[in-house]
Design a protein around this ligand. Structure first.
Ligand code: AMP
Length: 284
């Protein structure tokens, strides 16, 4: 495994790369969710191919300076994970390497990012699309692997690739969860113990929505109540959207659309997201 932090070093490493190049973009603080993406990348690349993992806490996708500052950066642990999981190249640039001081060009996504996280995180998905396009170009990857946990991000990346004819295949991987159901996230380590103990209720509540028999309005009310019951969690949004275009659906109508029930929750300064896919029969 080689680790590089400059663009020209990555270019040189990729010029020597064999076979299919598969990229896993991350912000580090690697956990089992990231590992499942790396394993999928290894499978896609095969024994001849090259797995590239980028570790970069992308400043232009953060809307809050304190969140960027507090983002965990356990570099040595991350490199150890990469070393033992079949990664060939780790790209770990600084912000100065990635962005010229007077950089002024971004990829703008204007439809899928209007709701859910896009509503409370202005510019977030433009930052995500911009950095991913740069990483695609720098690595020359044929395939890039993303987690379904960040459903809106995956949808925005797929849309960018389609709209801009980016020659990269995008693969989504299922959400990895802790034993108690909490979706794995690099932010989980920042939860206070009482918040960590409370947080599994998010997925528990979402799963209750899957089995719900009454009206959708009552279901949303129930899920909200379940998440907020201890008074520790503050819901940013709890929304039913069309899983194809991420537009909110009128929950008073019956629909055959493929739906997503998505939630973002604050525990103190830590914001967690999760979702479930809802069968259309649930709407009434
Ligand atoms: P991040 O480091 O949080 O930017 O995430 C890097 C990649 O890992 C993204 O494609 C995420 O969607 C994915 N990812 C993060 N958490 C999980 C998880 N619990 N299960 C599966 N993929 C995940």
């Amino acid at each position: 495994m080689i680790t590089v932090s400059e663009k020209h070093e990555l270019k040189r490493a990729m010029a020597d790369a064999h076979g299919r190049v598969v990229l896993v973009p991350t912000m580090g603080a690697l956990h089992a969710g990231h590992l499942s993406l790396i394993q999928r990348a290894r499978m896609e690349a095969g024994t001849d191919g090259t797995v590239v993992v980028s570790i970069f806490v992308n400043p232009i996708q953060f809307d809050r300076a304190d969140d960027l500052e507090a983002y965990p950066r356990p570099v040595h642990d991350d490199l150890a994970v990469c070393m033992t999981s079949g990664v060939d190249v780790v790209f770990m640039p600084t912000a100065e390497v990635m962005y010229a001081e007077n950089h002024s060009t971004v990829v703008g996504e204007s439809a899928l990012s209007r709701h859910l996280c896009g509503e409370s995180r202005a510019g977030h998905f433009d930052g995500v699309c911009t950095v991913c396009l740069k990483l695609f170009l720098l690595s020359g990857c044929e395939v890039a692997i993303f987690g379904e946990k960040d459903f809106q991000q995956l949808a925005a990346i797929r849309r960018m690739v389609r709209d801009l004819d980016v020659p990269v295949e995008i693969i989504g991987c299922p959400t990895s969860r802790e034993e108690d159901g909490l979706a794995m996230s690099s932010r989980n380590v920042r939860l206070k113990p009482e918040h960590r103990a409370d947080a599994p209720r998010i997925y528990r509540a979402l799963r209750e929505a899957l089995a719900w028999r009454g009206s959708t309005a009552a279901m949303l009310e129930h899920v909200r109540g379940e998440i907020e019951t201890s008074g520790l969690a503050r819901i940013d949004y709890l929304t039913c959207v069309d899983a194809q275009n991420l537009e909110p659906v009128d929950t008073s109508l019956t629909t055959t659309k493929d739906l997503l029930l998505a939630v973002a929750v604050h525990y103190g300064p830590v914001r967690l997201i999760d979702h479930v896919r809802l069968p259309p029969r649930l709407l009434s």
